[in-house]
Write a protein that binds this ligand. Structure first.
Ligand code: 5AD
Length: 348
């Protein structure tokens, strides 16, 4: 009775499974049941979004970071990392370029850097919003105080991405130094949602010490938190981090989890991530075919791109580059999808 397909059918109906059931799905999936999940996910996504794929212009505003996450290439202790910050004008220029080629969402992502205080971020957000009132601004800048998030929201920011990284406190402690607290991460996420941001969480697939138990907790957390967006991509080791010798996560499991999350939350905004495109040359397409509906090409200045290396061999040219939007359009058209010029907001 409890085979993978009937559990997937149950998820379609109930949008909820127990921890044990999520674990069963992950442990007992095979090629056929993954295809079954992907077909369901694609059908559901089509019913909600048609063939539309939303694009976000990713602007990596700086790689200076006070944190020391064991997996991340821009961690504080990495002395080999060539640090940079974009100026307000640099960021505005990225938006100008992005707007001209059809982007209507700009994502500002960066390390946790005191230079980017809440006031500073508010200034930049106000400038973008007054120049481009028809665009959405997404922030992905890490943990701040609630009051800071409130100011950013009042300055006009629409969305905030903050991956929870893992929903298990002990696992969180194995990925981060003691100073970083799981509880604060989760506090941030609930604050963001409560303030009114379209809020995104997410995690890496195949991160060190991840188990099928912690993965089922991730799924349960996503089920209950009901994020507007969810970023999941494979862990990829970076040579200058403590996790350099751990294996990368798989595209196959990432895609299966994308399908589960699509079935769980039909209206969620689900990116086919750069990390997925990095470990598999057709990872973006596979992600879309598994239920994803967002891609986030890179709009950062070329000089910044090779410095924002969260993991080894991170793609930043080719179809990942916003300037090659035509190529990406073509690739998605070939599999039956259409990139649309729109803010692509979360559906209520
Ligand atoms: N592999 C894959 N993803 C990574 N991230 C950071 N380091 C890595 C890595 N080595 C992800 C984290 C973070 C997001 C910005 O990038 O999940 O939240």
């Amino acid at each position: 009775m409890n085979d993978v397909r009937s559990l997937l059918d149950a998820l379609v109906e109930r949008h909820s499974l127990t921890l044990e059931e999520y674990k069963f799905l992950i442990e007992n999936r095979d090629e056929q049941s993954a295809e079954y999940a992907a077909n369901k996910a694609v059908k559901i996504r089509k019913a909600v979004f048609g063939n539309s794929v939303y694009i976000r212009g990713l602007i990596e505003i700086g790689n200076i970071c006070k944190n020391d996450c064991y997996y991340c290439g821009i961690r504080r202790s990495n002395t080999a990392c060539d640090r940079y910050r974009l100026s307000d004008d640099d960021i505005l220029k990225c938006c100008d370029e992005g707007y001209a080629i059809g982007f209507r969402t700009f994502v500002m992502q960066g390390g946790e850097d005191a230079y980017f205080s809440a006031d500073k971020i508010c200034d930049i957000v106000s400038r973008i919003k007054s120049k481009y009132p028809d665009c959405a601004v997404t922030l992905s800048l890490g943990e701040y105080l609630r009051e800071d998030y409130v100011s950013m929201f009042n300055a006009g920011a629409d969305r905030y991405l903050l991956r929870h990284e893992t929903a298990n406190n002990d696992h969180y402690g194995k990925l981060h130094p003691e100073k970083m607290l799981f509880d604060n991460r989760i506090r941030c996420l609930y604050d963001l949602k409560d303030i009114g941001f379209q809020t995104g969480c997410g995690f890496m697939v195949g991160s060190p010490y991840q188990t099928t138990d912690t993965l089922s907790e991730d799924l349960k957390f996503i089920e209950e938190f009901k994020p507007a967006m969810c970023g999941i991509g494979p862990f990829i080791p970076h040579k200058d981090t403590p996790f350099r010798d751990y294996p990368a996560g798989s595209a196959e499991l990432t895609c299966f989890l994308l399908s589960i999350i699509r079935i769980m939350h039909p209206r969620i905004l689900l990116p086919a991530t750069t990390a997925l495109g990095t470990i598999d040359p057709v990872g973006r397409e596979k992600g879309i075919k598994s239920g994803a509906n967002v891609v986030m090409p890179n709009l950062s200045p070329i000089s910044a791109r090779n410095k924002y290396q969260l993991y080894d061999n991170k793609l930043s040219t080719g179809a990942e580059s916003a300037q090659n939007l035509m190529d990406l359009k073509e690739r998605l058209k070939n599999i039956g999808y259409e990139i649309v010029v729109s803010r692509g907001d979360a559906l209520k």
